[in-house]
Design a protein around this ligand. Sequence first.
Ligand code: CIR
Length: 253
Amino acid sequence: MFKNVIVKTPGNSYINGLTTSNLGKPNLEELFEQHNRYVEALKKCGVEVTHLPANEAFPDSTFVEDTAVLTSEFAIISNPGADARNREIEDIEPAVKNFYNKIHYIKAPGTLDGGDVLQAEKKFYVGISDRTNEEGARQFKEIVEKEGYEATIIPLKEFFHLKTGIAYVGENRMVLAGEFIDHPAFASYEKIIIPKEDEYSANCIQVNDYVIIPAGYLETNRKLNELGYKTIELDMSEFRKHDGGLSCLSLRF
Ligand code: CIR
């Protein structure tokens, strides 16, 4: 069960954030509306929401997931791999300190974005990406192994972040797209396979009794409903324009 989430309102500077997409300039009014709906959806899932104010100095800082990894027992403050985002941890650390006594840190020259970390019960999967380097992944693995968890490091071939193409939805089930569909690391899970055209919906989040998915993916919705999941669909268009998905917008713990 998740009891808490941390989210952060996007600022007007969001439009100056990083992106690799060619989906156009975000519309701020729609962005704020989509963020409000995201927060409402989380509340419907029964979690307490810690809502941090926007920080205009950090255009990408609404994507709080990249700044920390929070478990039921300990927290890890990350060391985000993009220079423009690295200082976002300054806003997250005090919020994390309100909930945790045990806090670990990823330290330079290691870099790690939380978007490259997936937790499935007592196992972690850590992607090596443009943002997370080998040293960051190594430090992460060492920390969690000392805490009694397992960690598997997965060099990414195509995805931006690990969780761009994968989600754990409980009950030994993984939602998988692209390079992860036949990846040996995930062979022991029941697979919910997402085809290329629906790839964006692989970034979904299971929060207590619901799975929140991006709007417009009928097949993904149907597959999850067939397995007995209740779903909430959210329009994510303005976050997608800056490479963001559902998991990126919150820390859930
Ligand atoms: C970035 O480039 O860092 C942001 N525009 C998007 C971050 C998305 N975060 C995530 O997938 N965890």
